[in-house]
Design a protein around this ligand. Structure first.
Ligand code: APR
Length: 312
């Protein structure tokens, strides 16, 4: 027994493997990587490999691989990447039916073995999968979040840094809405070291940043040929995970259950959230322009349509 946090990773593929690596390097807790029985050897192998990495950085954490849900008992944090990633030509929505079945299975098991954990999902189509997990598991809304806004905002900030030639450290910006082509990068409030983006880039350049942000995931899928992004998704999940474990109260755009916020009711959508030991502690609201509000509702409609298709 240790007093360290226990972190359960459900799905030990590309993103799951990176999550284990980052969690170990940051010494955030002991890590259990769970996958389906057919992939148990793979996650056991990753765990052995990661254990041998510890002396190089002095990381005192335990990492194990399993396919037995009893091993996640006591986890305060569950990170779900279980599912199938996109192939070239597929949209995130094409994954709906396949990943929905997986979500049903995973939700029941997480509820049974780690009912008090904060759960962050990455499986696509993200907003619908988080909704499905929430419904199937019956966990309280504060305990369930989707990683998307964190990734999309990271991409947005990275592309702003590239266009302006300034450090990523000083770029601030938020992407709201669903994790798909209708996501809403809020250019009006984006800034570089406190200087509004509009003072640094012309309209056309800002438009290019927005389009690049929206298409970044697909660009990677097309180039990779057999999977989707994993470095930045894993880092984005770990930002949320760390905010929870260290009770940081960080403001990270996440897919959270909206109940009236931004005029959205009953759906998970990317909105700025305060994340601390209470999970999704608060959704921060601010006044949108008519155009932004219209775009946000368009993306909310796209999420609603998907959720209606899954009929839970
Ligand atoms: N329970 C546990 N693990 C599962 C289950 C299940 N029911 N079904 C599938 N898995 C595992 C797979 O065996 C695989 O190891 O989930 C893992 C997924 O890993 P990858 O195929 O490498 O996919 P990855 O790139 O990690 O993406 C995972 O996140 O960004 C999204 O679209 C992406 O939905 C995809 C998910």
């Amino acid at each position: 027994m240790t007093a360290r946090n226990k972190i359960a990773l459900i799905g030990g593929g590309q993103i799951g493997g990176m999550l284990a690596l980052i969690a170990a390097q940051k010494q955030l807790g002991d890590v259990v990587i769970l996958d389906i029985p057919q992939a148990e050897g793979m996650v056991k192998a990753k765990a052995i490999d990661l254990m041998a990495l510890r002396p190089h950085g002095g990381y005192d954490v335990d990492i194990t691989g399993t396919s037995d849900y009893r091993d996640i008992e006591g986890a305060s944090l569950v990170l779900i990447t279980a599912g199938v990633p996109r192939k070239p030509g597929m949209t995130r929505d094409d994954l709906l039916k396949i990943n929905l079945k997986i979500m049903k299975d995973v939700a029941g098991k997480v509820k049974e073995h780690a009912p008090d954990a904060f759960v962050i999902l990455t499986t696509n189509p993200l907003d619908a999968m988080v909704y499905a997990f929430y419904k199937y598991s019956g966990l309280p809304k504060q305990q369930v979040a989707g990683m998307a806004g964190s990734l999309d905002s990271g991409r947005f900030r990275s592309f702003i840094a590239m266009k302006t030639g300034c450090s990523v450290e000083d770029v601030s910006g938020v992407v709201m809405g669903g994790h798909g082509p209708s996501m809403v990068p809020i250019t009006r409030t984006a800034s570089v070291g406190g200087v509004p983006l509009s003072a640094l880039l012309g309209e056309e350049e800002i438009h290019e940043v927005v389009e690049h942000t929206r298409n970044a995931g697909t660009e990677i899928v097309n180039l990779l040929g057999n999977g989707s992004a994993f470095y930045s998704p894993a880092s984005s999940v770990m930002d949320m995970a760390e905010a929870f474990l260290l009770d940081k109260k960080r403001v990270i755009p996440s897919a959270a259950l909206c109940e009236g916020e931004y005029g959205v009711d009953g759906y998970f959508l990317g909105v700025p959230c305060v994340i601390g030991r209470g999970g999704i502690e608060r959704i921060l609201e601010f006044e949108l322009t008519d155009e932004e509000r219209e775009e946000l509702h368009k993306t909310a409609d796209a999420v609603k349509q998907l959720v209606e298709e899954i009929e839970i």
